[in-house]
Design a binder for this molecule. Structure first.
Ligand SMILES: NC(=O)c1ccc[n+]([C@@H]2O[C@H](COP(=O)([O-])OP(=O)(O)OC[C@H]3O[C@@H](n4cnc5c(N)ncnc54)[C@H](O)[C@@H]3O)[C@@H](O)[C@H]2O)c1
Length: 87
């Protein structure tokens, strides 16, 4: 299956099944948004994709269990910028 022209948003993309899925979608042509609570591992997944010639961004997951004071919309804005840049 080919995903050229599609964007895949992978939650838990910083490790395990999520990282494998992110790499798999990218290998098949998708631009990938890697979402994870773990910033270092999520960014590592996105970097792995870019090193292999793909296009990927990392967005830190918002942990809703920490309460409203810990929410931010940085991730949402990053996703919006990513989609807006997509022809
Ligand atoms: N590995 C297996 O064989 C297997 C089999 C059946 C089901 N599962 C389930 O699939 C899921 C993933 O398994 P895995 O082995 O890839 O786990 P993993 O621990 O290797 O990877 C999970 C990733 O998700 C991230 N994460 C955790 N909570 C998150 C959240 N709320 N938002 C965003 N990111 C979050 C972690 O930081 C980590 O990078 C788990 O729920 C696991 O129980 C795994």
């Amino acid at each position: 299956m080919e995903f050229t022209g599609k964007i895949a948003l992978i939650t838990g993309g910083g490790g395990g099944i999520g990282r494998a899925s992110a790499l798999g979608f990218a290998q098949r042509g998708a631009k990938v948004v890697v979402v994870d609570l773990d910033q270092a591992e999520g960014e590592a997944s996105a970097e792995l994709i870019r090193q292999r010639g793909g296009d990927a961004r990392f967005v830190r997951a918002v942990n809703l269990t920490l309460g409203p004071q810990n929410h931010d919309i940085d991730g949402a804005e990053t996703i919006w910028d990513f989609f807006r840049g997509f022809p």
